[in-house]
Design a protein around this ligand. Structure first.
Ligand SMILES: Cc1cc2nc3c(=O)[nH]c(=O)nc-3n(C[C@H](O)[C@H](O)[C@H](O)COP(=O)(O)OP(=O)(O)OC[C@H]3O[C@@H](n4cnc5c(N)ncnc54)[C@H](O)[C@@H]3O)c2cc1C
Length: 461
């Protein structure tokens, strides 16, 4: 039990707001991005700086409070919040500073991908990250970071140069290839298990205007389209990336009326090579089919990175499953098409992220992300505004994932999983799991940071 004086003292120490149940803003602050998550924290601390984060970590440890860390709040599993504990809310710590000469970007722990895109684009630079701009840099990076630039420039973690981490004892360390190397290894894929990252330093790349957008095909062509895509991507230049999708066409521009509400398959492309060579790179894409709809063309990278934001605002019901896939066999494709056709609601979707190119050039044990040799990372997203449809979206996602099990490589990208238990986490980290446990033992032996895809230290197994 926390006595009032202890809480008052804590509130004096924290420069940001400390919100408790019943206070103005608490109800808003406890909302998760995924409306299926309904948690009631004891306190939510909207930190304003690193000192606040240190106070929060010390307060949680000293008072035996379960601790959650919220970056962008997008975890569909709801790991940014916790019942009856303390939430370190980083949403006020979103500063981004670009060094155009060094081509590096310093990003605070609560920034969103849109914050980074906005700041870097002004210099013609970009950090490889995800496909929805409202997603938090914190959770996305610590889990790995997949997106349009990954075939060419790698995962987000492959572009991480250093991080400031507040450890469980309240101290701040810098993790990099030169300092706290094992911690640096672990935070590149091992999630929020090791501390609170208050600042990331990323390498940026010269990407400004890309040739990008979706091409869609009718479901009658889905099997053929998916086979073509499977064969095309590994041979395509790394400047070209494409995420395969099953979707229901949204009822509004830029989609033509005759396609509204239609279940289709497609690929969202992103070409980062010279613009004058884009049409040539797209020739085989346009020759296949041809597509029923072709919206690909030149656009600023931030436009592509925020194209789907309006479809996925906060407050929707979301149930996700994920899987790494080594090989898209014809049998696996038949399963995809069967469930793709049954996409249960307008906002539900399936996405396949290619995981080759630059991702394969990093050794399996060079970072915590072990699936360096897999070809695809799938995410099946049951999504709808109405909780009355939860049963439908959940059973579709689960049955789809079950049917794909024979073709799964074993694990899944941690950021595409719900809270699925220890076996799944071990399967995902494979040979890297033991080393993660050793590093957890060293940096967080009491498992203070456990509201995540948790690596349990030995003492608490
Ligand atoms: C609409 C949508 C689109 C997405 N698209 C992509 C995509 O294209 N590519 C991709 O790779 N992923 C994608 N994701 C998944 C995304 O990477 C995860 O949801 C990720 O957890 C989001 O991070 P966050 O900071 O927003 O989440 P939060 O809920 O705030 O945090 C998630 C986890 O990370 C930890 N964490 C967050 N910030 C910090 C920090 N600074 N220090 C320590 N721990 C921290 C939290 O404790 C928690 O365990 C998407 C998710 C959504 C909802």
């Amino acid at each position: 039990m926390l006595d009032e004086a202890t809480v008052e003292q804590f509130k004096v120490e924290v420069r940001g707001e400390v919100l408790q149940p019943g206070e103005p803003d608490y109800a808003e602050a406890r909302k998760a991005y995924n409306a299926m998550i309904d948690k009631h924290p004891r306190m939510i601390s909207r930190c304003s700086d690193v000192a606040d984060v240190i106070s929060c970590v010390n307060f949680a440890r000293e008072n035996d409070l379960i601790l959650a860390v919220r970056g962008g709040g997008h975890s569909v599993a709801g790991f940014g919040l916790v019942n009856d504990g303390l939430v370190i809310d980083l949403s006020r710590m979103r500063g981004v500073r670009v060094d155009p000469q060094a081509r590096t970007v310093r990003v605070e722990g609560g920034a969103t991908l849109g914050d980074v895109d906005h700041a870097t684009h002004a210099f013609g630079l970009a950090v490889p990250a995800g496909v929805v701009s409202t997603t938090g840099v914190g959770g996305l990076t610590l889990g790995g970071g997949q997106g349009y630039l990954e075939r060419r420039y790698g995962l987000t973690i492959d572009n991480l140069l250093e991080a400031d981490v507040i450890l469980a004892d309240g101290s701040l360390v810098k993790a990099s290839e030169q300092e706290h190397e094992s911690l640096f290894w672990a935070i590149r894929g091992g999630g929020g298990n090791f501390g609170v990252v208050t600042s990331f330093l990323f390498r940026a790349h010269p990407v400004h205007t890309v040739y990008a957008g979706p091409t869609l095909w009718d479901m009658e062509q889905a099997e053929e389209a998916m086979r073509w895509y499977r064969d095309f991507i590994p041979r395509a230049p790394e400047e070209l990336n494409g995420l395969f999708a099953f979707l229901v066409v949204p009822p509004g521009p830029p989609f033509p009326e005759h396609l509204h509400g239609k279940t289709m398959c497609g690929v969202v492309w992103c070409y980062t090579g010279p613009l004058e060579e884009a049409e040539e790179a797209f020739r085989p894409i346009r020759q296949f089919g041809p597509p029923a709809l072709d919206l690909a063309g030149p656009m600023p990278l931030p436009t592509l990175n925020s194209m789907f934001d309006p479809l996925v605002p906060p407050g929707l019901q979301q149930y996700w499953t994920g899987d790494f896939i080594d090989e898209l066999s014809d049998e696996a494709i038949a399963v995809h098409v069967k469930y793709g056709e049954k996409t249960p609601t307008m906002l539900s979707t399936t996405l396949l992220f290619p995981t080759d190119g630059a991702v394969h050039r990093v050794e399996k044990d060079a970072t915590a992300w072990s699936y360096r040799d897999t070809m695809w990372s799938a995410t099946i997203n049951g999504v709808d505004p109405d909780p009355a449809n939860n049963e439908r979206i959940i059973s579709w996602a689960k049955e789809y994932a079950d049917a794909l099990q024979p073709y799964s490589a074993g694990g899944a990208y941690v950021n595409f999983m719900m809270d699925e238990g220890q076996e799944r986490i071990r399967a995902t980290y494979r040979d890297n799991y033991e080393r993660l446990v050793e590093i957890k033992n060293e940096y967080d032996p009491s498992n203070l940071f456990r509201v995540n895809q948790n690596i349990k230290p030995i003492a608490t197994v």
